[in-house]
Structures are given as C-alpha cells and as structure tokens.
Design a protein around this ligand. Structure first.
Ligand code: IMP
Length: 498
C-alpha cells in the first residue's frame, strides 16, 4: 500500500480565477509596487529584492548574459544556466557584473600601438572609447571612434591620434558613484577617467551610463551599483563551480534540479553556507511541504517550486512524477507561513514551470508566490541566447528543455545520466524586445492587483480571493459565438446554439 494517496486532483494555475475586492481610490497602477524579496536575509541591509516579480529560467535557450543584463536593468533577474562549462558560466556572470557599475574598467591601449591593431580589439569588445597608457602604465589619454578613420589612419600610432591627458578632465581617487557622476556632468564631457595619485587609471565613468540609470528606474543592483547576478549550479560539480562564480562576484546561487528533496541538495546548500556564508542559496525544485522544510532547514534562503508543468517538460509522462503548480504553491505557502510564524524567517517562494501567460503569473502571486520563474516566456525575446529562424514566414526562436537530448549533450547531465529524456525541443514565436513585452505584462499584473485592492505583493497575498473555475467557465472566458475579424472566417468555429 502506498504511504499516501491523495484522491483530490492537483490543480493548475489555469483553473483559478480572482474575485475582485474593494479598490480604494489611490490603488491605481501608478501607486502599485511589484517589489518582492529574492532571498531571505537576516541582515535586512543585505536582502536582495527584485523590482518586478519575474525571473528567467536557468536554461541554455533562455538565460545567457544578455538576458542577465537586460532583465536586471528592468528589475528582474535571469538565472544563468549551469549546463555549460564552469568557465563560460563564470564569464557570463563577470559580464553582467562588469556591464556597468557606473565605474567601468575598459581594456587599455598602449600609446605606441597602431590604430589598426586597436581597431581589431574594438571590433571584439564593442567599446568605442579606450583609455591609453604609456610605457610606465600611466594614463596618457583617450582614443575614441571619432579620433581616427581606419581607411586613413590604420598605420598611425595611437599616441598621434588620441586626445592627450592634458586636454582631458580626470577625477582623482573618486570611489563614490554619485560624486563621479556629478564630476562628469560638470565636465561637459562624455567620459571621466578616474586615476590614482600616481596617475594610474582606476576606472572610467560614462555619461551614457548615467542616462541608462535614468532610463531604467527599476534596475536591481548591489551596493557598488553593479547589476545583481544570479547563477545556477548543479549538485555534481558544485564546489568548483561555486568557487569560480564567487570569483566572478556572483550575488546569489540557485540550485538547478528537477527534484530538490535530496541529500545531494542539502549537502550542497550546507557546503556553500559554510564556505561562502554571504552568498544566499536558492533551493529547489520541490512540490511538497516536507520538501520545503527539508531545504529550508538545510539552509536555503528561497525555494523554487514546481515539477512536471514546464512547457518543454515530459517528466510526468516519462516518470509519473509531478503536481499541478497551483496545488504545489498552496501547500508550500501554507508551510512557508507556518515556518515564518515559528522562526520569524520569511522564505521567498518562486513558482516555476508552466507559467505561460500573465494571468498565470497573477494567479501564482495571488496564491502566495513571491516571484515567478519562466522559460518559454523569455525564450521568445530578442535577449534570449538563440538565433531567430523563419518557418512558414513566421519568425521563431528555438526553445529546448534542460532535460532534452540537445541540452543533455552537456556532460553533467542533469536528470538521469542520459538514459532517457525529460524534455523536448521545439520553437516559440519571436516576441521582440524584453522591455516592450514586460511593459504589457507588468501593466496586466498591476491591473489585477488593483482589482483586488492590493498596493503591493505582500498585500496581494493577504487580500486575494480565488475560486476554482469549471472547464465551461474557462471556455466562456474566451471570445465565443462571434467571428473574429482578425482571423479568416473559414478557420473559425461558430458555436452559437441560436
Ligand atoms: P516554462 O516556463 O513552462 O517553459 O518552464 C520552464 C521550467 O521548466 C524551468 O524553469 C524548469 O524548472 C523546467 N524545465 C526546464 N527544462 C526541463 C526539462 O527538460 N524537463 C522538465 N522540466 C524542465
């Protein structure tokens, strides 16, 4: 006889709808905050927050450095995938951390290098302005794309084309970004090199970065104003990987596993907490209250929940394991709240797998999740690491599961050492830039929260009232009994009874 048999079916997010609550006059999208904790931290100062409740899945076809940069700028976080070599994952993290701190350390050029040599480096780095140093390593000047034309100056020396130090305003030993930004604005220039007393370059501050900061008010950053980066690890090579990621200055580690209720995961969490106590670890995935307690007691600072619901996931079919995400969230949140009452520790919960539309995000948050992890949603964006393809005149992007054959080519096979697959490979329709898509998604989430009278996610947890809906009711929620003008009428059902 099985240890436990639950006869009530587990439910998906699609099966719930929100009931409106009282909406006060000031509860409008302009006043609604989507800020939410990423991980628990005893020291509130160090607590990391997301400014939007969305993170991208740790998957090869979703979360590379470009997604890491853009999503952090927009208030969320990409979980950099770990099904790649430790070096390349650490490189991605480094790229995110170096993206823009305000204080940037670009590659330096030697004064007696030829313009054509610099041009090659420029092509690779994508930067247009470089600091130049003399033979003693002291700052000598700046060279930017306006200072030369390769067709004319290829064989000239950089020192003959650069703007010399005497004509450049520099800052000395400035470590405060606000001060540096002020000095830059006062200088009327686009860049401010910061030197030490001896004249060695420490860093540079660019005006375009100041503009960027104004452009991205929700950006999440560390105390040095660098973007926050989150990176995934597996439970196989985690010691070497964590060392490299910490070297690259990762902020948060997330364990990527389809089943986190294991001794391996507890051991990994404990090891990280012992060796890197300032780096919070996100554990998961689990789908039961026992799994939640187990990982939290092992030291996890946030928990990912969900199994079997991902759009590319065939775990349920292959192994018979899994649970509807709504039921999972309800059970785990009950346990999370209980744990909070007992210990005063609020452990954020991320809902993961099968969150396909904004309404699913809203229902997951209403049920108590603090943020939502999505793969398919983000795979469609320009910023995902895949190339666009055209199929039947439609622009697509490839999307594949971490347990698919394609991802399993990576040696540390995540699921089952390659004896069978748990994920498929497919395509999703290209959706354009992340920023444009998020605008609509966030507007919808805020609108639902407003309907429930919630000014923030914590209030949403307290105020939301939900109801299970019938299949007919779901059908009724879509357009029906009309021909849609946007589609060919020959392809449409017209089901009216009258
Ligand atoms: P989606 O947002 O519905 O596309 O689901 C993404 C989530 O599916 C990820 O965050 C993982 O938790 C999960 N996942 C990723 N790859 C696989 C796989 O190959 N098999 C099963 N689940 C997967």
């Amino acid at each position: 006889m099985a240890k436990k048999i639950i006869t009530e079916p587990s439910r998906t997010l699609m099966e719930y709808r929100l009931l409106p609550g009282y909406t006060p006059a000031d509860c409008n999208p302009n006043n609604i905050s989507l800020r939410t904790p990423l991980v628990y931290s005893e020291d509130n100062e160090k607590k990391y927050y997301l400014n939007i409740p969305l993170v991208s899945a740790a998957m090869q076809s979703v979360s590379g450095d470009q997604m890491g940069i853009e999503l952090a700028k927009l208030g969320g976080a990409a979980f950099i995938f770990c099904s790649q070599s430790t070096e390349s994952e650490a490189k991605m993290v480094r790229k995110i951390k170096n993206h823009k701190a305000g204080f940037v350390k670009p590659k330096t050029m030697k004064a007696d290098m030829k313009v054509k040599e610099m041009f090659e480096i420029r092509k690779d780095s994508g930067h247009s302005t470089f600091p130049v140093v003399d033979e003693n390593g002291l700052f000598a000047g700046l060279i930017s794309k306006w200072d030369y034309d390769v067709s004319l100056h290829a064989d000239c020396l950089i020192k003959d084309r650069m703007i010399k130090k005497e004509n450049i305003q520099v800052g000395t030993n400035i470590t405060d970004l606000i001060e540096a930004n002020r000095a830059l604005l006062e200088s009327h220039k686009s860049v401010l090199p910061i030197l030490d007393e001896e004249g060695k370059l420490i860093s540079m501050v660019f005006r375009k970065d100041i503009n960027d900061q104004l452009d991205f008010p929700l950006e999440i950053h560390d105390k040095k104003k660098r973007l926050i980066s989150v990176a995934a690890i597996n439970t196989h090579d985690f010691q070497e990987r964590v060392r490299a990621l910490v070297d690259a200055e990762v902020d948060v580690i997330a364990i990527d596993s389809s089943d986190g209720y294991t001794q391996y995961q507890a051991d990994a969490i404990k090891w990280i907490n012992e060796n890197y106590p300032t780096i919070p670890v996100i554990g998961g995935n689990i789908i039961t209250k026992e799994g939640f307690r187990f990982l939290v007691e092992a030291g996890a600072k946030a928990i990912k929940v969900g199994m079997g619901g991902g759009s590319i996931c065939i775990t349920q079919e292959q192994k018979g394991t899994g649970r509807g995400l709504a039921t999972t969230i309800i059970e785990v949140i009950e346990e999370r709240d209980k744990y909070f009452k007992e210990t005063g520790k609020y452990i954020p919960v991320a809902a993961d797998g099968g969150v396909t539309s904004t309404k699913d995000v809203t229902i997951a948050l209403a049920l108590g999740a603090d943020y939502v992890m999505m793969g398919r949603y983000f795979a469609r964006m320009e910023e995902s690491p895949t190339d666009k393809i055209v199929v039947n005149n439609r622009v697509m992007k490839p999307y594949w599961g971490e347990g698919s054959t394609r991802a399993q080519n990576w040696k540390a096979r995540r699921y089952n050492q390659g004896k069978f697959v748990e994920g498929v490979e497919g395509m999703v329709e290209y959706a354009g830039h992340l920023r444009d898509n998020l605008e609509e998604t966030l507007a919808k989430i805020k609108s639902s929260m407003g309907t429930c009278g919630a000014m923030n996610i914590s209030e949403f947890h307290d105020l939301a009232e939900l109801e299970v809906v019938s299949a007919l009711s779901i059908r009724e929620g879509k357009p029906h009994d009309i021909y849609l003008s946007s589609e060919n009428i020959d392809n449409q059902d017209y089901n009216s009874l009258e």
